[in-house]
Design a protein. Structure first.
Length: 271
C-alpha cells in the first residue's frame, strides 16, 4: 500500500527523486531526512508502516511517499521494484539489511537465508531496475560495511553479504562511469542504530563499546552525501577510526586478523 504526505518548504533545492530502502530507522531514516532537506522528493521503503508514516510526516518538502514492503520476501521485492520502475528516480539508496549473531550451525537456515535475501538479492534486483532507467548524473548508493574487509566470525553471513555488496558496487562503479552514473559502496562501521539490538535479539546494544568506535547516523550520512557530491571513489569508508581499522589486514596475518575479529565482533565477548 502506497501512501503520501505533503508539506510545503521554502528551502527547496531540487526536484530530484530519491528511493530509500530500510528507511524506517537508523541510517536509512537519516538519509531520508537529509535528502529531503536538500530538496529531494522521497519514496521511503520499509516493513513498519507506523514508522514510515511518522518519518514522512517529518520530511520537509512535498510529494513524499512511503511503501510498506518486506524485502526478505518475493512479494515485497516485487512491490519495491514496481514502485521504482513506476517513476523517474535519480538516486537509489539500497540501505535495507539485517544480521543475526547466533552461531551459523546453531541457527535456523531460514534466518541465514533471509540475510542473503535482504542484503544481496533484493539489493541486486533494485540496483538492476534502477540502472535500467538511470541517466547521466544519477547515482546508486549500496550500503556495505567495514566488515566487507574485516570478516567477523560472529556474523559470517552478514560479513559475506557485505563483501558481496562492496565488490558488486566497485564493479558497477567502473561499468557505469561511461554512462555518467555514479555508484558508491558505502562502508560505515559501528553506528548508533537498532542494528546490534535487533541482531542479538536484545541481548546487547553496543552501548558499552568505546564511544570513539561509534558513529551517529547523522555523521555517516553527512559523509556519504559529501562523497556523493564529489563522486571520486567507488568505496567510501566513513569515520577516521574505521579508515584506520582497515589498516589491520596490512599489519596482521589473515590468521591473526580472524582471531582478533572473533573477539572484537562477538557480542558475548566484546559488546
Amino acid at each position: 500500500m502506497m501512501s503520501a504526505h505533503e508539506q510545503l518548504s521554502p528551502h527547496r533545492v531540487s526536484d530530484q527523486h530519491a528511493f530509500v530502502t530500510g528507511a524506517s530507522s537508523g541510517i536509512g531514516k537519516e538519509f531520508a531526512l537529509q535528502l529531503a532537506a536538500q530538496g529531494y522528493t522521497l519514496t521511503a521503503v520499509a516493513r513498519r508502516e507506523a514508522r514510515l508514516q511518522e518519518l514522512v510526516s517529518q520530511l520537509p518538502g512535498e510529494g513524499h511517499q512511503y511503501l510498506v514492503a518486506d524485502l526478505g520476501t518475493d512479494a515485497g521485492v516485487r512491490l519495491a521494484k514496481e514502485a521504482l520502475q513506476g517513476k523517474r528516480v535519480n538516486l537509489l539508496i539500497n540501505n535495507a539489511g539485517l544480521s543475526v549473531f547466533d552461531p551459523f550451525f546453531a541457527s535456523e537456515l531460514e534466518a541465514q537465508s533471509n540475510i542473503l535475501s535482504v542484503n544481496c538479492a533484493s539489493l541486486m534486483t533494485l540496483a538492476h531496475a534502477f540502472l535500467r532507467q538511470a541517466e547521466r548524473g544519477d547515482a546508486l548508493i549500496n550500503l556495505s560495511s567495514i566488515v566487507a574487509f574485516l570478516p567477523t566470525p560472529a556474523q559470517p553471513m552478514y560479513s559475506a553479504s557485505k563483501a558481496f555488496i562492496a565488490s558488486f558496487s566497485e564493479c558497477l562503479w567502473e561499468e557505469q562511469r561511461p554512462r555518467g552514473v555514479y555508484v558508491m559502496g558505502l562502508c560505515p562501521g559501528i553506528t548508533q542504530t537498532e542494528f546490534i539490538t535487533s541482531a542479538t535479539g536484545g541481548e546487547a546494544d553496543g552501548q558499552n563499546l568505546p564511544k570513539a568506535l561509534i558513529q551517529s547516523p547523522q555523521a555517516v550520512v553527512e559523509e556519504a552525501l559529501r562523497a556523493l557530491q564529489a563522486r571520486k571513489k567507488a568505496i567510501v569508508v566513513t569515520g577516521r577510526i574505521n579508515r584506520m581499522m582497515l589498516l589491520m589486514p596490512r599489519i596482521l596475518t589473515r590468521h591473526r586478523l580472524l582471531k582478533v575479529l572473533a573477539v572484537v565482533g562477538d557480542p558475548e565477548k566484546a559488546l
